[in-house]
Design a protein around this ligand. Structure first.
Ligand code: ZN
Length: 154
């Protein structure tokens, strides 16, 4: 399906060139968390503010490859305004999208198309699983945000 792959490429490129929620919030009151992917040299700095019942504001800074930066931009758009529980669920869904396809490569019997996700633009990143070394690029911002949320609980 070259049409779909082209669309996915365009979505990734759009987020890379026009990153959403770019910048840093003042800390405090915002929380700050940083992630690094040594395999590729990607860096992401996430600042976020938690409201009474939601991830009220999120800003992304950092640098790296197009996949890592586009993924961080997509994540920020997907999680802002959601409850912490929804953010964790979305994160789990996104990471399973990455690993389901990884497994599908190893075992052709699995049918990834039978699983439905409502991930919007994030779906565009599933092409990444054909290049396992890039999966860490795509999941960096999610893992970094989860670490930041865990620090809040602790
Ligand atoms: Zn990368």
């Amino acid at each position: 399906m070259p049409g779909l792959e082209d669309l996915y490429k365009e979505i990734i490129l759009d987020h890379y060139k026009n990153p959403r929620n770019r910048g840093e919030l003042e800390c405090p009151p915002a929380h700050r968390t940083e992630g690094f992917n040594p395999l590729c040299g990607d860096e992401v700095t996430i600042t976020f503010e938690v409201g009474p019942d939601s991830l009220a504001k999120i800003r992304i800074a950092g640098q790296g490859c197009s996949i890592s930066q586009a993924s961080a931009s997509m994540m920020s758009a997907a999680v802002q305004g959601k409850s912490i529980e929804e953010v964790r669920n979305l994160s789990a869904q996104f990471k399973s999208l990455m690993s389901i396809h990884e497994q599908a490569i190893a075992s052709p019997a699995a049918d990834p198309a039978s699983t439905t996700f409502e991930l919007g633009d994030l779906e565009a990143l599933k092409g990444v699983v054909k290049f396992p070394v890039r999966i860490k690029c795509a999941t960096l911002s999610w893992n970094t945000l989860l670490t930041g949320l865990d620090e809040l609980d602790g």
